[in-house]
Design a protein around this ligand. Structure first.
Ligand code: FES
Ligand SMILES: [Fe+2]
Length: 469
């Protein structure tokens, strides 16, 4: 008896083996009325050692400086959507720490990226987004063609030391994926497809090219970018932070996967409570509870003997088709209901599925290790009639509730619960006297994956001088 009691209180020592008492995600997704495509059932959990993260790494200038020097200049990042630069000459900026990169549509099907720094004395060539036939520096008037070749300067006779051919704008690597323009400041970077495998393979089933930004909001948060981002890498916090969701969203039997060095995923099942609540919830209560997410006119009386997931998936298909003018008839129940969130190292999140059609991007704000620019985009399918308008970014004032941002009336409730934690997490990390944060083995595997990859990149790029841990 005593031994049994002790064993129950002692976590399994073999790392990465223990799981919740419920069924793995795949067991009920496979049983759905419209079953999911293969990537959804793929399992790729692997335990990663990462037990030495120093709380100071979330706030120290030294950690920030290492990231500024070695992480951001060598990583693939989401710069914009193609819809932001639809016409030739359209350009926008992607900035993080000291990097400033111009993204420009050079021709109908070519997008290039240049470092935004004049080759004369460094002035930025553009500020913000716009359309240009060429780029001209405001200081002394040097100019570049859209393809990055040098166009000319005043007093050409006074610079005998350079040829025009030496004055092409330095480029960043560019890749187009799912309607996103991905950039890597490093021209020698491995191709995005290889870096982000198996993203392309998986999203072949969930195309994002045929979506558009229906809503887009941003906010500067009083916390380090890793603190903020890590709050979205796990569902372990759901029970304490979003308690109203656990009756219909299973926080305990989420699937956590790590795919290679740069991609991880969480799948959270909806319309299926976690095991402790399962016996207290019947299918018709569940169906009724979840359909309240939909507008009143899309709700229906719940039939007796309803099978909640299949019935709800159909309600969602019909409601979404009406509201977003798109055909969802071929999408699986899982894609209609569940949360599929993919992370691409270092700071980009893309969601497959339709219930939460989001993308996130997190960046340090103004080289401040204690502030982050957080962005959330909603990506709805381009309507069948082809009419849509790309949303401008709605900039929330620091501390303003996300529910006040257009399009975030519903998702904002959950985001605001997360926001309430963040300054406290940051404050507490700065106050820490303990030397290591503790990541769980399964539910926080994506934090292990992210932080161990970050350490690896900084060691690789920094010539093995110093780890940020
Ligand atoms: S700094 Fe750009 S032209 Fe002189
Ligand atoms: Fe959350």
């Amino acid at each position: 008896m005593e031994k049994e009691k002790r064993d129950n209180q002692t976590p399994e020592k073999q790392r990465g083996i223990a799981r919740s008492k419920g069924s793995p995600y795949g067991t009920f997704a496979k049983a759905d009325r419209v079953p999911p495509p293969p990537p959804i059932l793929e399992e790729a959990y692997e335990w990663i050692e990462c037990d030495e993260i120093d709380p100071a790494s979330y706030s120290s200038q030294a950690s920030h400086d290492l990231e500024a020097a070695h992480l951001w200049p060598s990583s693939w990042q989401m710069a914009c959507r193609l819809e932001h630069i639809p016409e030739v000459g359209d350009h926008t900026l992607y900035e993080v720490c000291n990097l400033s990169i111009i993204i420009v549509r050079v021709s109908v099907d070519v997008v290039k990226a240049y470092h935004n720094s004049c080759l004369h004395r460094g002035t930025t060539l553009v500020e913000g987004a716009g359309n240009a036939r060429f780029f001209q520096c405001p200081f002394h008037g040097w100019a570049w063609n859209l393809d990055g070749t040098f166009k000319g300067m005043t007093s050409r006779w006074d610079f005998p030391q350079v040829e025009n051919s030496d004055l092409c704008l330095p480029q960043a690597s560019v890749a187009l994926w799912g309607g996103f323009v991905m950039v890597n400041p490093d021209r020698t970077a491995p191709p995005f497809e290889e870096y982000a495998a198996p993203l392309t393979e998986h999203f072949a089933y969930f195309p994002l090219d045929d979506r558009y930004i229906s809503y887009h909001a941003s906010q500067v948060i009083d916390a380090n970018w890793k603190t903020v981002q890590e709050a979205f890498l796990e569902a372990y916090h759901v029970k304490a932070t979003h308690p109203h969701t656990v009756r219909f969203a299973n926080d305990q039997d989420c699937a956590y996967d790590v795919f290679g060095p740069n991609v991880s995923r969480i799948i959270q099942p909806i319309a299926l409570p976690a095991e402790p609540l399962l016996s207290r919830t019947n299918e018709s209560e569940l169906a009724d509870m979840v359909q309240r997410i939909l507008p009143r006119e899309d709700r229906q009386p719940v039939p007796e003997d309803v099978q909640a997931r299949g019935w709800l998936a159909q309600r969602f298909r019909e409601s979404f088709a009406r509201r977003f003018r798109h055909d969802y008839s071929k999408d699986s129940d899982a894609e209609m209901l569940d949360t599929f969130q993919y992370f691409v190292f270092p700071n980009f999140f893309a969601f497959a599925g339709h219930a939460i059609p989001m993308a996130f991007r997190f960046r340090p704000w103004e080289n401040d290790p204690n502030r982050t620019l957080m962005e959330v985009m909603l990506l709805h399918p381009i309507p069948a009639d082809g009419n849509y308008e790309t949303a401008e970014v709605y900039q929330l004032e620091p501390g303003a509730p996300w529910v006040s941002a257009p399009g975030f009336e519903m998702f904002g409730i959950v985001l605001d619960q997360d926001m309430a934690n963040l300054p406290r997490i940051q404050r507490g990390l700065r106050a820490a006297t303990h030397k290591k944060v503790l990541f769980s083995d399964y539910q926080e595997i994506r934090l292990r994956h992210f932080r161990s990859r970050l350490a690896e990149v900084i060691l690789e790029q920094g010539g093995k001088k110093r780890s940020p841990l």
